[in-house]
Design a protein around this ligand. Structure first.
Ligand code: AMP
Length: 370
């Protein structure tokens, strides 16, 4: 079976690595000549609006999927005229715009931070009073890893934030003084069957995910997260893997955003779950039976930001698996991750304590781990 992927970053690379074992073949389409999935799959180097190249991909593939949500709607449309495309275009449209996303959450009864749409300085000034400071001003589109965001702590922050971000449609969100951040992965097949992965706890710094741990053992929150995910899968007639990020505040889930694709917080599933998120996404979009999402033990994933740690030192830690993305090292860039699986929480904590300095994180980076 032939699978086309729009976007050739590390997510496409890991989809291809998971799929070769199942005898699938991959072509990835990306404008960058050094797109890292091109090291393991056939690369069509092309802009996302190049109709000839999109048609080439569509004619070769049995199904086309994405490794990022900001695929231009026109590209998805061109592909969909010739080949099955999953996840559905509607899911992309929702995930591309924080306003549509939060509005859909709200319609489905999924709690969100208070929010207001902002198109002028006057609207921002008015909304800052209604939403109350502190609040976060975000671009509606094309923000990731904390980019395109400014925290407003006091009225004096309003004008500089507007001057920095005001050229684009914006949303103002109430700042949630969360206890922790969690996420959930759900997958839905072409036949409507579903599977839900255990809840995961995530630690960010400077807007970038650093550490995920799974399972995060809170059965009540986990069922709530599965329930919210199910509402989204249903409403969007979703096919593929969907990730949702939440804040936990006063024991409740508050949805931050969703990603209609495999997700960084789910990389632990490569060695830590019966079926990885990558394999399950492929099974879903190809109409194959879904695999079990059960965790095989306490797991963690550490992102390598900017530079990869020394391979031998990582591999000396029991249960550690080294995943380099084949990307040039650059500050702030995700260049790989380390997956950890342990027999119990104590062992996981000990292994993490050995790994933290290797990836350049201070030993107390995440407070009391475990
Ligand atoms: P985002 O790009 O929306 O995922 O935001 C990146 C990170 O910024 C999140 O993981 C949070 O740590 C933080 N953040 C975003 N929105 C809020 C909010 N409304 N309240 C508190 N923290 C937030």
């Amino acid at each position: 079976m032939n699978i086309g992927i729009v976007g050739g970053g590390q997510l496409a690379r890991m989809l291809a690595l998971a799929g070769y074992a199942l005898d699938f073949h991959f072509k990835v389409l990306d404008p960058a000549p050094d797109a890292c999935a091109g090291q393991v799959a056939n690369l069509i180097q092309s802009e996302y609006d190049d109709e000839i190249q999109l048609n080439r991909l569509a004619d070769w593939a049995d199904v086309v999927t994405f490794d990022f949500e900001n695929v231009p709607a026109a590209a998805a449309q061109i592909l969909a005229e010739r080949v099955a495309v999953y996840p559905p275009a509607q899911a992309l449209a929702v995930a591309q715009d924080r306003l549509y996303e939060k509005t859909l959450f709200w319609e489905l009864g999924i709690p969100t931070p208070v929010f207001a749409t902002i198109d002028s300085l006057e609207e921002l000034q008015g909304a800052a009073i209604r939403v109350e400071l502190p609040a976060i001003l975000k671009t509606r589109r094309l923000g990731y890893d904390g980019k395109g965001q400014r925290v407003l702590r006091a009225p004096a922050d309003i004008l500089p934030a507007w001057q920095q971000l005001g050229g684009a449609p914006l949303i103002l969100e109430g700042f949630v003084p969360f206890e922790r951040e969690v996420s959930v992965l759900a997958v839905r097949g072409r036949d409507g069957s579903t599977q839900f992965y255990p809840l995961m706890e995530n630690h960010h710094r400077e807007g970038i995910l650093r550490l995920s741990q799974a399972p995060y053992l809170d059965r009540i929150l986990e069922h709530q997260a599965w329930n919210y995910a199910n509402r989204l899968l249903d409403r969007l007639h979703y096919v593929g893997l969907l990730a949702i990020e939440f804040f936990v505040h006063e024991g409740r889930l508050i949805a931050n955003e969703m990603a209609p694709r495999v997700h960084n917080s789910g990389h632990w599933t490569i060695e830590g779950a019966e079926t990885s998120q990558f394999e399950n996404h492929l099974r879903a979009v190809l109409g194959l039976p879904l695999g079990s999402p059960t965790a095989l033990g306490p797991c963690a994933m550490l992102n390598c930001i900017g530079v990869m740690p020394e391979r031998a030192a990582v591999l000396a830690v029991p249960g550690a698996h080294y995943h380099a993305y084949g990307k040039a090292h650059r500050p702030g860039r995700k260049v790989g991750h380390i997956t950890l699986r342990a027999t119990d929480q104590n062992a996981l904590r000990q292994d993490l304590e050995r790994l933290l300095p290797l990836v350049g994180y201070p030993p107390d980076e995440f407070g009391a781990i475990g």
